[in-house]
Design a binder for this molecule. Structure first.
Ligand SMILES: [Zn+2]
Length: 183
């Protein structure tokens, strides 16, 4: 597996940053850094038919994921969720066809499992040993689950009125919790 990750790029000012060093936000303007890939090489080397033989999920095309060494992948089977045809809703909206992606089937019950799997995997590869996140629920649950999977420390900041179910889930995953933060 060879990731085609080439660099990180600020979504506001276009600053290019090294993708093989741990980065936060853009040092110029606090913009989010997007992962960029060598898509020309991907187009020239990836085989559409061969890819279909890979197991479903977000790691299906490892060349287009940020992890260099597959040993660092932290996965709970995220992605590969079904597309459900929704003909009645399509009719109400005047559409010929409409599909709904059933992201509730992800391991922690939301699409957050996708991004957190990629983020924890790559961060671990770059030497990160502890994580923290402000969350109203789903992202914190995902981070706690993937942190537990990797054996890494997770601390979560929650609004004071976070539903008890999320707190129980975080507790079950062994995450530290602080609830003084207010949204
Ligand atoms: Zn910037």
């Amino acid at each position: 597996m060879t990731s085609l990750l080439s660099h990180l790029e600020c979504t506001l000012c276009g600053l290019v940053c090294d993708a093989d060093e741990l980065q936060g936000l853009c040092p110029n303007d606090g913009g989010v850094l997007y992962a960029r890939y060598d898509l020309a090489r991907a187009a020239a080397t990836l085989d559409r038919v061969e890819i279909q033989t890979h197991p479903p999920g977000i790691w299906r095309i490892p060349e287009l994921m940020p992890v260099r060494d597959s040993a660092n992948i932290v996965t709970l089977g995220e992605g590969g969720t079904p597309l459900l045809k929704a003909p009645r809703l399509a009719g109400m909206l005047g559409l010929r066809e409409l599909y709904v992606k059933e992201e509730g089937l992800n391991p922690t019950g939301s699409f957050k499992a996708r991004g957190i799997s990629a983020a924890v995997s790559r961060a671990r590869e770059l030497g990160v040993t502890a994580f923290t996140i402000p969350t109203a629920g789903n992202a914190g649950s995902a981070l706690a689950a993937y942190g537990a999977r990797a054996g890494l420390q997770v601390d979560v900041f929650l609004p004071a009125d976070t539903p008890a179910l999320f707190k129980k889930e975080l507790q079950a995953y062994g995450a530290g919790m602080r609830t003084r933060w207010t949204a």
